[in-house]
Design a protein around this ligand. Structure first.
Ligand SMILES: Cc1cc2nc3c(=O)[nH]c(=O)nc-3n(C[C@H](O)[C@H](O)[C@H](O)COP(=O)(O)O)c2cc1C
Length: 202
């Protein structure tokens, strides 16, 4: 009886990255920073989430990316939460750099300026965060965790929860984008209320 549930399990090699062997669910955000030459940088990230119940946000990035270097230099960044209709835009922001280190695709993306940090946000996203760098944790394999304090936040009107509109109807009208790593995505429109245990408190 004790062994039930551990049948049919495949042992994964933890000497290699395990995350390509199955699917898991992530958001897809675009991080905005300022390049050393003053131009915009935008890059998609899926390893991204709040870092506390308060207003902290973090994402995983490799120090090789300009995003990391720009944040290390300037101490600030923006975050745009993308909608399902923007999947191609988000992906385009990962276009490899030219030999001279430039990334012209960034100039082609529709953006507007953040208000409290020196970076751009992607038009038509649904949640826009402006963050000042709090801490970088290096040496997570090839990656680092970049954590910021959210100093400004704006949400699109159609994505704002309200007592007048049922949450189910809100998400149906303004669906969410889920990145299913590695390499698939879906639009989430149909959702159910989570059955919390009686008396549950956060
Ligand atoms: C869908 C998608 C998700 C990505 N998620 C991440 C991520 O979570 N962390 C990361 O370091 N790179 C991620 N990348 C790769 C970078 O965004 C990409 O290499 C980018 O071009 C780096 O740009 P930069 O040099 O301007 O920072 C992702 C790419 C795609 C297409």
């Amino acid at each position: 009886m004790g062994d039930k549930g551990s049948e049919n399990l495949i042992e994964l090699d933890t000497g290699e990255s395990i995350w390509e062997s199955f699917f898991t669910v992530f958001p897809l955000v675009v991080i905005g920073t300022r390049e050393a030459d003053g131009s915009d940088d935008l890059a998609p990230k899926h390893l991204a989430m709040p870092m506390s119940w308060k207003n902290h946000f973090g994402f995983v990035c490799t120090p090789r990316h300009n995003t990391y270097q720009n944040i290390q230099r300037d101490g600030e960044f923006s975050v745009t939460y993308m909608r399902p209709s923007q999947t191609v835009l988000a992906s385009l922001a990962a276009t490899p750099r030219c030999d001279d280190g430039s990334k012209p695709v960034t100039q082609a993306l529709p953006t507007f300026a953040a208000e409290k940090v020196n970076a751009s946000l992607v038009q038509d996203g649904y949640l826009f965060l402006e963050c000042e760098l709090q801490q970088i944790v290096d040496d997570l394999g090839d990656n680092s965790l970049i954590m910021g304090r959210i100093i400004a936040a704006r949400v699109a009107e159609d994505a704002l929860r309200s007592s007048e509109l049922d949450d189910e109807d809100l998400i149906y009208a303004s669906p969410l984008l889920a990145y299913l790593y590695p390499g698939r995505f879906t639009e989430i429109a149909n959702t159910n209320k989570l059955p919390f245990p009686a008396g549950f408190k956060r």
